[in-house]
Structure formats: structure tokens, C-alpha cells
Design a protein around this ligand. Structure first.
Ligand code: ITT
Ligand code: NA
Length: 182
């Protein structure tokens, strides 16, 4: 069964392809990201909308992620894409450098809609915001350090082994494997 991953982000698709046994097809459909501070709500709503928009026959997967900085009470959180486009990755680094707490957490929620229901799978990873290093990955990866390495210094497989998305993909893969085949 092909997984239809509804996202504009090729980095997310690369990580899902590396992780999952099933083929992953990228679908570019700009679903509504509802105004909420809960990534799970945003992802679940998006998955349902995308499922219906794409004909309501084949299951879809969406992924809503965010960077949560401790010094700023979880900023930029659900607004991480907007903040990357406006303040920028270096700008977030500079902002955190003005505080004395560099701790952050990356979270993602995968939402899988197969018509009857939406199932969500969450993953998180703890790290520190540092000066940018590395040229792998995407988004905030160069400034997010975990265990001495930024996520941009890791291969896709290394990143999946520790990342928010890797952990969510692991839960999703377990759930898929346990589903009765159609
Ligand atoms: P879609 O909504 O189309 O899937 P997006 O890039 O807009 O793609 P999000 O809203 O989930 O995705 O992403 C929030 C922000 O966090 C955005 O700026 C991403 O670049 C960034 N991001 C997401 N996952 C990341 C990861 O694993 N490493 C670094 N940055 C990430
Ligand atoms: Na988005």
C-alpha cells in the first residue's frame, strides 16, 4: 500500500521514505492549518480535509511540526513555519542567545486519515539551540543540537534514530503493521 504524504516539504518525505517499508508518494495539497496551539488538532484537521479533498478513497498522512524554545515559553511552536519565513533560522538563534536558557524541544504529530477515523502519532526530541552547523536536513536542523551534533550534521538515518519525526514514524509503522490487511 502506498502512503500518500500530503506535504509541501520534501525533507519530511525523505525522512518518511528512509523509515517506512511502504512506498511514499508526496502529494502537494495546501490543507487549512487551523489556528490552534495543539499540533495534534492541526494535523488531524488537515488529514481529514486532505482525505476528503483527494476523493475520500485512499488514506492520507500529514505531519505538523514545531520548535518549542524553553526560554520563550514554547515559541515559535505551532507558528514555526511562519517564523522561519519571517524571523529566519538565524534570527531564532539570535533571539535565544539573548536568554540564558538554550533548551528546546522539537515535536511533530503525524495524522493518518483512512476515512473512518484519524489516528495521530506524536514524537518529540529534546535539544539545545546553537550557532548553525551542518548542511544536511532542512528548516531549523542547523541550529538544533542533540547529543553534541546538530540535526543538520546527521544523515537522514541518524536523524530518524533520534528525531521527533523518527519517533512518530516508529509509532505509525507499528500501528500500520498491526492493522489487518484489506
Ligand atoms: P507542510 O506543512 O507542507 O508539511 P511545512 O514545512 O510548512 O510543511 P510545518 O508547518 O510542520 O511544515 O513545519 C513547521 C516548521 O518547522 C517549518 O519551518 C519547517 O521547516 C520546520 N521543521 C519541521 N520539521 C523539521 C525538522 O525535522 N527539522 C527542522 N525543521 C523542521
Ligand atoms: Na505547514
Amino acid at each position: 500500500m502506498t502512503i500518500r504524504f500530503v506535504t509541501s516539504n520534501e525533507g519530511k518525505v525523505r525522512e518518511a521514505r528512509e523509515y517506512l517499508a511502504e512506498p511514499v508518494e508526496q502529494v502537494n495539497y495546501d490543507y487549512t492549518e487551523i489556528q490552534s496551539d495543539d499540533l495534534g488538532d492541526i494535523a488531524a484537521h488537515g488529514a481529514r480535509e486532505a482525505f476528503e479533498h483527494l476523493g475520500g478513497e485512499e488514506p492520507v498522512l500529514v505531519d505538523d511540526a514545531g520548535l518549542f524554545c524553553d526560554a520563550f515559553d514554547g515559541f515559535p511552536g505551532p507558528y514555526s513555519a511562519y517564523v522561519q519565513d519571517t524571523v529566519g533560522v538565524q534570527g531564532v538563534r539570535d533571539l535565544v542567545a539573548t536568554a540564558d536558557d538554550d533548551r528546546a524541544r522539537f515535536r511533530t504529530v503525524l495524522a493518518y486519515c483512512d476515512g473512518d477515523e484519524v489516528n495521530t502519532f506524536e514524537g518529540a526530541v529534546q535539544g539545545r539551540i546553537v550557532d548553525p552547523r551542518g548542511d544536511g536536513g532542512f528548516g531549523y536542523d542547523p541550529i538544533f543540537e542533540h547529543d553534541g551534533q546538530t540535526m543538520a550534521e546527521m544523515s537522514t538515518a541518524e536523524k530518524n534514530a533520534i528525531s521527533h519525526r523518527g519517533r512518530a514514524l516508529a509509532k505509525f509503522a507499528d500501528w500500520l503493521a498491526a492493522e489487518p490487511a484489506e
